[in-house]
Design a protein around this ligand. Structure first.
Ligand SMILES: Nc1ncnc2c1ncn2[C@@H]1O[C@H](COP(=O)(O)OP(=O)(O)O)[C@@H](O)[C@H]1O
Ligand SMILES: [Mg+2]
Length: 234
């Protein structure tokens, strides 16, 4: 479903070359739930952005759903992203001049859905915001904004959902509600889920935990192996 092969990312900053990712290789099968953890600055957001095709690696290839995205032109990438990838940001990234309903409708309209408003309304009901459809982002709490963002990310029933610290700006109760919602939609839609988080409990509830450090994969463990490891530890 997602294949990252020997991906390296380097950027020029203040006349210096900064290596952000070094030879990252990962294979994420369909419907897997994966956490990406690691210290701040270890390259998590960069990796997620590359998987979404928002950026291009310096070298290496990335495949989504059997298509090599690293060679695609911008327009083809945008089409592929619309059909395949939902993205949830830490800071919600709703369009401030659009209502909740309009925000969720955007990807549906771009995808040519002739029932965009009806479907967006259903989605907002599904995330518990049926009473907030006409509200603008500024009129919503952080948790409500993130639920709108979750509805938007799932609107086109994407096979891949990428979430970059989706609970990072929320209190723990609200964060828990957002996670439960993401997990429920992941189960309903059968989405492959890649979630960046600092929350160890949340990471431990995923099927697999990939740890990045200094732009490299430091460890990559399936949940049942982790449990075995912790079981043997004093
Ligand atoms: N546009 C950029 N120019 C230069 N350095 C960058 C840029 N974006 C990110 N970085 C650097 O790359 C490293 C990884 O960043 P990031 O992927 O955001 O890490 P994380 O999400 O794990 O905190 C950091 O050291 C950051 O400062
Ligand atoms: Mg980040």
């Amino acid at each position: 479903m997602i294949a990252v092969q020997h991906v390296t990312m380097q950027l020029e900053a203040a006349g210096q070359t900064v290596m952000i990712l070094h030879d990252v290789t990962l294979d994420i099968p369909e419907k897997q739930m994966v956490a990406i953890v690691g210290p701040s600055g270890s390259g998590k957001s960069t990796l997620l952005g590359l998987i979404a095709g928002l950026d291009r690696p310096t070298s290496g290839t990335i495949w989504l759903n059997g298509v090599e995205i690293t060679g695609l032109r911008e327009q083809a990438m945008a089409r592929l992203r619309l059909a395949n990838v939902g993205y949830i940001f830490q800071s919600f990234h709703l369009i401030p001049t659009l209502t909740a309903l309009e925000n969720v409708s955007v990807p549906l309209e771009l995808a040519g859905d002739s029932h965009a408003w009806q479907r967006a309304t259903e989605l907002l009901h599904a995330v518990g915001l049926g009473h907030r459809v006409s509200h603008y982002p500024v009129q919503l709490s952080g948790g409500e904004q993130q639920r709108v963002a979750v509805a938007r990310a799932f609107a086109c029933r994407p096979p891949i959902l990428l979430a970059d610290e989706p609970t990072g700006n929320l209190d723990s109760t609200t964060g828990q509600q957002v996670i439960e919602l993401i997990m429920a939609l992941h189960r309903d839609v059968g989405t492959t889920l890649v979630l960046v988080t600092h929350d160890h409990n949340l990471a431990a509830s995923m099927e697999r935990v990939i740890t990045l450090r200094d732009g490299r994969v430091e460890s990559d463990q399936l949940a049942h192996l982790q449990h075995r490891v912790s079981y043997h530890q004093p």
